[in-house]
Design a protein around this ligand. Structure first.
Ligand SMILES: Cc1cc2nc3c(=O)[nH]c(=O)nc-3n(C[C@H](O)[C@H](O)[C@H](O)COP(=O)(O)OP(=O)(O)OC[C@H]3O[C@@H](n4cnc5c(N)ncnc54)[C@H](O)[C@@H]3O)c2cc1C
Ligand SMILES: NC(=O)c1ccc[n+]([C@@H]2O[C@H](COP(=O)([O-])OP(=O)(O)OC[C@H]3O[C@@H](n4cnc5c(N)ncnc54)[C@H](OP(=O)(O)O)[C@@H]3O)[C@@H](O)[C@H]2O)c1
Length: 471
């Protein structure tokens, strides 16, 4: 048994990133099952003044119930041994080496901050943008506060068939009255309220049986207050490969998606002000426009089975031009490399074996370095997926503790970290500072019957954090 992990020498772990993965890892470390005597201290570093990652900056404003998971994170934050350091960025304020020399272990939980590219001409035209940016903007992420989205056109195209594409389509179709009750960022509320968009076309490169969205999210589209959802019946007629896969593989989500879509294909417009049109087997091959988006050129696809049985989209010769004023590319997020930390460029993740970060050359685990969440496994999975994922990583970290295979820093005390931050980031935001931000946001929302009015710049957030810290 290691001599670390008792009251005199607590196990000290740094977690970088405070989204669901970081918080689930902290929760598991601070209450490890079957190890009541283990004394652990966890310092969580977060580049924003606010915690919770995509629970604050990703989950759609009209899904407030999902955000209730934050109560679990609050409980973790209240445990002895937990400290939060918001407004502290790895790579800007602290380095990988700073952490290696002050902690027994470091866990990276930095998520996937950027997006994949389609790789087609016109992708960077004005009016062609990513879901990553749009979502962060309407959710009040301070990095995106000053982005501008011109929604004065009639038709928007959303590329991709995942749940993020569903969120984006809904946010473009939602009524101002519904939106006004949410915590959507005020700057976005203003723009969305006066948007001229009447038609949202969602493009799936494969068929309805391969769509990545889940049943509740698809059903929600069919219940919009002022938007009809429309599907061409020809688009839901399954090809032989898809029909077989739905029958044989027992993928209940896919089967139910196909049923829901078949139901939508029987609907006719009911005169609602907006339309969401779900299209399948089409890929954008170019975004066209003179200085800004005017149309999207589409290739029609067919489904073909790979030798490994995976059903892929294969392009046909058939092309089509679809007029549009804005294109929102929602084809998946992508991790960003951190200075000094191994990175797999192809997958956009930190290379690891069940959470133990590996040296890219030797492919051996690096002592004391771990990964959790989207930066560990790639940008897929719901909030709860990160719990199991974090437990796997933390269990391996504790197994490494038991075999004496963690780091052996010269001064792993909390004071050593305090001294570093006093020098590098004295204006860090503690959890109490974050709670002050939350109180200010809630108070601003109350008179308007809104859950919060979000503060959306670093200046406003820091002012709120320090205001009440002083009171
Ligand atoms: C638009 C969108 C909507 C979603 N909606 C839902 C939903 O409704 N329901 C559901 O179950 N799941 C939803 N998900 C999925 C869910 O949000 C993810 O599974 C989850 O957030 C991934 O957790 P994570 O901790 O790995 O990453 P993140 O949540 O992204 O957290 C990473 C954190 O690390 C911080 N960070 C990054 N770099 C640094 C650095 N250098 N230094 C310090 N900190 C850093 C970031 O600021 C962030 O706070 C959604 C995802 C997206 C993209
Ligand atoms: N309400 C919720 O629970 C909720 C909300 C939002 C997000 N999430 C979760 O967050 C995770 C990420 O969601 P996501 O929507 O970003 O990713 P996703 O589920 O991986 O979906 C990405 C979509 O983009 C398509 N795509 C990829 N490359 C493409 C290309 N070059 N051209 C055209 N289409 C392309 C994919 O099609 P192929 O399948 O053909 O590759 C897929 O339809 C998911 O696990 C999701 O469930 C959950």
């Amino acid at each position: 048994m290691s001599a670390i992990g008792n009251a005199t020498r607590p196990l000290r772990v740094a977690i970088v990133g405070s989204g669901p993965a970081g918080f689930y890892a902290a929760g598991h470390l601070l209450a490890p099952k079957g190890r009541p005597d283990l004394v652990v201290e966890v310092d969580v570093f977060e580049r924003l003044p606010t915690p919770w990652g995509l629970v604050r900056g990703g989950v759609a404003p009209d899904h407030p119930n999902i955000k209730a998971v934050s109560r679990v994170f609050d409980k973790t934050a209240a445990r002895p041994g937990f400290r939060f350091f918001g407004n502290v960025e790895l790579g800007r304020d602290i380095s990988h080496e700073d952490l290696l020399s002050r902690y027994h272990a470091v866990i990276y939980a930095v998520g996937a901050e950027t997006d994949k590219r389609i790789g087609i001409p016109g992708e960077d035209l004005a009016g062609s943008t990513t879901a990553t940016e749009f979502v962060a903007w309407y959710n009040g992420h301070p990095d995106y506060r000053h982005r501008e989205f011109d929604l004065s056109c009639r038709r928007a195209v959303v590329v991709g068939n995942g749940n993020v594409a569903m969120d984006v389509a809904r946010m473009l179709a939602i009524t101002p009255a519904e939106l006004e009750r949410t915590d959507v960022a005020d700057h976005a509320l203003e723009v969305l309220r006066s948007a001229a968009i009447e038609e949202i076309v969602v493009l799936g490169r494969r068929g309805p049986a391969q769509a990545a969205f889940t049943n509740p999210e698809l059903l929600e589209l069919g219940e919009m207050a002022d938007a009809d959802v429309l599907v061409d019946p020809r688009d839901v007629a399954l090809d032989a490969h898809s029909a077989r896969s739905i029958e044989s593989e027992g993928d209940l989500t896919a089967r139910r998606n196909v049923e829901i879509l078949a139901g939508y294909s029987e609907r006719r417009p009911t005169g609602k002000r907006k339309r969401i049109i779900l299209r399948f087997l089409v890929s954008p091959v170019a975004i066209i426009g003179n200085g800004r988006v005017e149309a999207v050129q589409l290739a029609h696809n067919e489904i073909a089975a790979d030798t490994d049985g995976i059903l892929r989209a294969v392009r046909t010769e058939r092309r089509e031009t679809l007029k549009a004023g804005i294109v929102l590319r929602s084809i998946g997020y992508r991790g960003v490399a951190l200075p000094g930390v191994p990175f797999d460029e192809r997958r956009g993740t930190i290379p690891n074996q069940a959470g133990r970060v590996t040296d890219p050359q030797a492919r051996e685990p690096l002592r004391g370095v771990y990964a959790v969440g989207w930066i560990k496994r790639g940008p897929s999975g719901v909030i709860g997926t990160n719990k199991k994922d974090a437990h796997e990583t933390v269990d391996n970290l504790l197994a490494d503790l038991d075999r004496g295979a963690l780091l052996e820093p010269a001064d792993p005390t909390s004071e050593a970290l305090d001294a570093l931050l006093a020098e590098r980031r004295p204006d860090y935001v503690s959890y109490a500072g974050w709670q002050a931000i939350e109180r200010a946001e809630r108070a601003a929302g109350e008179p308007h019957d809104r859950p919060h009015v979000k503060l959306c710049t670093f200046e406003e957030l820091l002012a709120a954090a320090f205001d009440s810290a002083a009171s």
